[in-house]
Write a protein that binds this ligand. Sequence first.
Ligand SMILES: [Zn+2]
Length: 95
Amino acid sequence: MSDCGLVRSLLLSWVDEKLPEDLKVQVAEHLAACGACAGLEKTYRATARLGNWPDEEIPVPGRLVGAVREAVEAAKKPEIEEDPDEKIAVPPKPV
Ligand SMILES: [Zn+2]
């Protein structure tokens, strides 16, 4: 098999390991020979892994929470303090 279009149409089933044995062999042979399809296979596998993301909560580091809060607070403040003597915009000072 050397048809990229056909292999790509089978890639999802390939990644899910739902292909019949004879097609598996052909897809494997094509992926070994075709860098473009092999690259596509990698993205399919990465996407499949995202779909299998565990449901458990992932702990958020406390300093990340603090940083987000600070960013939200900073966004509420006026972005630019203008100094009438200078034309340079001064960003708000961190609290
Ligand atoms: Zn190909």
